[in-house]
Design a protein around this ligand. Structure first.
Ligand code: GTP
Length: 264
């Protein structure tokens, strides 16, 4: 794999890739695919699981929140439901995150990427204090990129597409980190329609024409507001199942990391 000459800044630092996405978008399958791709392409990757509630992982994690925090016990001890349990587990883990950063720093010379899996319920990571603490701890130490996984077939209706883009936009504004939109499941539906909609709002408006509801008017106005957001994004189409688009993904991450080094 030729991902280009790394800039001098990256030589000693791995790029952190935080994978987020709506439940069912295919994060775990994508992470699994990334891990096998790194192995077969001689990319030196490190894998971190931040989902305390996941039962089994299809890939081996180098750092696993489950080794430190027992989610079921946290639920019992603090008398919490499943989401509260995940959130509290993440909070407990965040208090020790300097140790995790230290661990990665010690191995920095041997690593190209740290791939980070996040809890299935996206807002637990993106809208929690601990998610912010973890993200900031990474971003203040290493070039950090957010990979937002989109379920492409499920985003083919204009209104669903728009709500997914608004969520991605909120993550961009909250983290202020480079964001890569990863259109997953392209084996089921290609993502060309999405690229068209992002490039030309008139094409998007034409797709909305059959819908005369209030949300259609709102969606129309929002698409204009999102133009600037789209300009700041990088996109890539992948299939976590077939493995299509993996080289393109790493190239896009590399370009985003360059952007990170210039901006931050
Ligand atoms: P949670 O952790 O539960 O939020 O889910 P997730 O986002 O990690 O998604 P997961 O990897 O569990 O995938 C959800 C479903 O989508 C599974 O049935 C996968 O087999 C399927 N899936 C994931 N990626 C692809 C893909 O590229 N193509 C197809 N056809 N299916 C996929």
């Amino acid at each position: 794999l030729d991902i280009g000459e790394p800039s001098s800044c990256f030589k000693r630092k791995p790029v952190i890739v935080i994978v987020v996405g709506m439940a069912g978008s295919g994060k775990t399958t994508f992470l699994h695919r990334l891990v096998s791709h790194t192995m077969s392409s001689k990319i030196r990757g490190y894998v971190m699981n931040l989902d305390p509630a996941v039962m089994t992982l299809p890939y081996g994690a180098n750092i696993d929140i489950r080794d430190t925090v027992r989610y079921k016990e946290v639920m019992k001890e603090y008398n919490l439901g499943p989401n509260g349990g995940i959130l509290t587990s993440l909070n407990l883990f965040a208090t020790k995150f300097d140790e995790v950063i230290g661990l990665v720093e010690r191995r920095a010379d041997e690593l190209d990427y740290v791939l980070v899996d996040t809890p299935g319920q996206i807002e637990i990571f993106t809208w929690s204090a601990s998610g912010a603490i973890i993200t900031e701890a990474f971003a203040s130490t290493f070039p950090t990129v957010i990979a937002y996984v989109v379920d492409t077939p499920r985003s083919s209706s204009p209104a669903t597409f728009m709500s997914n883009m608004l969520y991605a936009c909120s993550i961009l504004y909250k983290t202020r980190l480079p964001l890569v939109l990863v259109f997953n499941k392209t084996d089921v539906a290609q993502h060309d329609f999405a690229l068209e909609w992002m490039k030309d709002f008139e094409v998007f408006h034409a797709a909305l024409d059959s819908d005369h509801s209030y949300t259609s008017t709102l969606t129309r106005s929002l698409s204009l507001a999102l133009e600037e957001f789209y300009e700041n994004l990088k996109t890539v189409g992948v299939s976590a199942v077939t493995g299509a688009g993996m080289d393109a993904f790493f190239k896009t991450v590399e370009a985003s990391a360059e952007e990170y080094m210039e901006t931050y």
